[in-house]
Design a protein around this ligand. Sequence first.
Ligand code: ATP
Length: 364
Amino acid sequence: MGETRKGDLHLVALTKTFGTFTAVQPMDLTIPQGSFFALLGPSGCGKTTTLRMIAGLEAPTAGSIRIGDQDITATKAHQRNVNTVFQSYALFPHMTVLDNVMFGLKRRGDKDARRKATEALELVQLEGLGGRKPVQLSGGMQQRVALARALVNRPDVLLLDEPLGALDLKLRRQMQIELKRIQQEVGLTFIHVTHDQEEAMTMADTIAVMNAGFVEQIGDPATLYEKPHSTFVANFLGQSNLLRAEVVPGSPRDGITLVRSHDADLEVATDHLPAGASDVWLGVRPEKLRLGEVGGPNRLRGTVRDVSFTGVAIQYIVRMPWGRELTVVQQNDGSARASLGEDVTVSWAAEHGFALDASQDAEA
Ligand code: ATP
């Protein structure tokens, strides 16, 4: 991750057990200063517990937390320069919006509290609404107030615990873009907890995918999506169309290796194969598959079992003769469509497949 900076957040063997249950297995993570980092995983995988340890709301069982070279493991929550935005906005209902945002600064005797709070409200595009009471604002606006309040003292780290969970889908999508803009504008470290992979991919520069208390893989959204290291990550980030296959011995040539899956020889880029693997899961994302023989040398025949129109795309479920179903997503670009019950060829390019070592990874 290159040189470390004084605002980088380091989790060092950070662990949390509740009785005999380990919610967070020893975790080592560096979150670079100024990054938008997402902790992504299913319910119960330990995301919130990790966040609460960073906030100082939960004491780690072992390990440490540093910001730069400053160890904050034993620092009380209110003395850490770390703020949290929760799904529930937790605004003071009797105070105006401006007073809510200024509250912490005024308590600390900051003479510039009003100016800073006004600027924070501008940042979240609520200028002019400082005199209102929270109840006079929509849910999305209240969430912006909570955000302004959490940003007003420029924390080292802003923690976001499913902050958009209470918003409807359209507002949620708007706020994802908005949060990303705000993070880029203020340049502070944001750590966002979510179980929604699309949300994490939309906003974060780096995502840590968690499963059962472990970090399974860390990377930028495109790498995690296109080169997952495990079936868990492959499946959690979207449809992955995994096919069991065997590497054909002696086949690597010109950067291509052959694998055999249900009597079909399929090509995969050799550098997408785990070294030494012989049994693999071959995965291809739905939008990389084509119906017809236009997508590449890899071809499988199957029968269309479902056609769904989603607006921007058409999604097909194609069943292979051995029962496996592949999901194919085609742009709704006016090209000919396949119909239910039709026999079709599904094809794709070698470089669009990824492979996982099946001997290490029973599919989830
Ligand atoms: P969710 O999105 O559902 O909150 P999560 O990934 O954030 O999931 P955590 O809330 O961190 O998960 O919980 C991880 C595990 O630790 C869960 O199995 C949970 O039941 C357990 N856990 C969390 N807090 C406590 C507690 N105070 N006492 C006992 N077990 C706990």
